[in-house]
Design a protein around this ligand. Structure first.
Ligand SMILES: Nc1ncnc2c1ncn2[C@@H]1O[C@H](COP(=O)(O)OP(=O)(O)OP(=O)(O)O)[C@@H](O)[C@H]1O
Length: 364
């Protein structure tokens, strides 16, 4: 692979004695869409601000295109940041705001106007071009800010919750606009968000942070199917997590005794001995639900507790005899065929290859 566009090497950021980012080592590749996720206060914005030059690392190195950037100020970088409380010029129109950077670069009036209007159109706010930005709604302002950053055609764009002021329908539309533009223009996007659906829908790779640490980086599929640790497995949500002790090892498979039963799980990384603690996850959409006992080693009898519908998908919440909660996700039409009553007794099962053994938990 080519040289990464951005490298963080053992980057730490302290505010007084508080450590906001502990020891971040991460590569960002040219043209990729990288999302940074994690719960509030985990260090996402601090990471982005260090990349924008608004904060400098307390130790470690940040390089862009191989060049050390630790002390390079924001205006000397090609890394515009679009964030929630956007700094638009309130006394200018939407178009003038978008034109501003081009004017600073000496682009002529006619070309500036054409490019600004083009970007406002792409952001679906062309009709507001001549309105003073102070009179626009929060969501409209956010799109002016996006147009203002994109019109400069930067090599990399940093975005901090850029869609947070938009309603749900507009979020979906803007997600499609942004991902298409990102691929068309080949701009590297670093995108901070709270929203898992947003990160998983848009990003090529997702970084999950926890209290200043990088918990996992990978494709959305990797993170969903093979969470590296318990924090990520719980953060991603739609996972069943079971814990116990290793009873036997058969090649890449571990036989694990848990309070809910004995199960076979996949542990290609190995590294566990008999008697050691081990946890595994099975995603909710990889659990099969049936009314007859299945002929597989990984099976549990469970009682249906509740159902949650989102669109055509349903998540079932169930409980095994020992009180462990299971989640099963399926298409609503499949559920209808099963004709389950309330408190129905059912069987859950999953293939050993879909039970993924977790690495050790993150250090406390
Ligand atoms: N200038 C500062 N001085 C002191 N502490 C700070 C400063 N900036 C950030 N922090 C602290 O560092 C931690 C990480 O903050 P950061 O803004 O990176 O979190 P975040 O993951 O973006 O959170 P959120 O999702 O809530 O925006 C927080 O505990 C925050 O209070």
């Amino acid at each position: 692979m080519n040289q990464p566009l951005v490298t963080f090497r053992n980057v730490q950021k302290r505010f007084g004695s508080f450590v906001a980012v502990r020891d971040l080592t991460l590569d960002i590749h040219e043209g990729e869409f990288l999302a940074i996720m994690g719960s509030s206060g985990c260090g996402k914005t601090t990471t982005l601000r260090m990349l924008a030059g608004l904060d400098s690392p307390s130790s470690g190195e940040i390089r862009i295109g191989g060049k050390l950037m630790n002390e390079v100020p924001p205006h000397a970088r090609d890394t515009p940041l679009v964030w929630q409380s956007l700094a638009l010029f309130p006394f200018l129109t939407a178009r003038e705001n978008v034109e501003f950077g081009l004017k600073m670069r000496g682009v002529g009036a006619a070309a500036r106007k054409r490019r600004a209007l083009d970007w406002l159109e792409r952001m679906q706010i062309g009709e507001f071009a001549e309105r003073n930005v102070a009179t626009l709604s929060g969501g409209q302002k956010q799109r002016v800010a996006l147009a203002r950053a994109l019109v400069m055609e930067p090599r990399m764009l940093l975005l901090d919750e850029p869609l947070s002021a938009l309603d749900a329908n507009l979020v979906i539309r803007m997600q499609a606009v942004l991902t298409r533009l990102q691929k068309e223009l080949g701009i590297t996007f670093v995108y901070v968000t709270h929203s898992q659906s947003e990160a998983f829908a848009m990003a090529d790779r997702v970084v999950i942070m926890s209290q200043g640490d990088l918990a996992q980086v990978g494709t959305p599929k990797d993170i969903y199917r093979a969470p590296a640790n318990r924090f990520v497995a719980e953060f991603v949500g739609r996972n069943n997590i079971l814990s116990g002790n290793v009873a036997a090892i058969e090649g890449d498979l571990l036989i694990i005794d848990t309070p809910t039963g004995r199960f076979t799980a996949n542990a290609p990384a190995g590294g566990r001995g008999i008697g050691q603690a081990a946890s595994f996850v099975v995603s909710a959409d990889l659990v099969t639900l049936g009314t007859a006992p299945p002929q597989t080693p990984n099976r549990v009898a469970a009682t249906l507790i509740s159902e949650e519908f989102v669109g055509s998908m349903v998540t079932l919440f169930l409980e095994s005899g020992d009180g462990h909660e299971f989640k099963v996700q399926m298409q609503e039409r499949h559920l209808d065929k099963l004709e389950l009553g309330s408190d129905a007794r059912v069987w859950l099962s999953w293939e050993p290859k879909n039970a993924h053994v977790l690495d050790e938990p993150l250090s406390p």
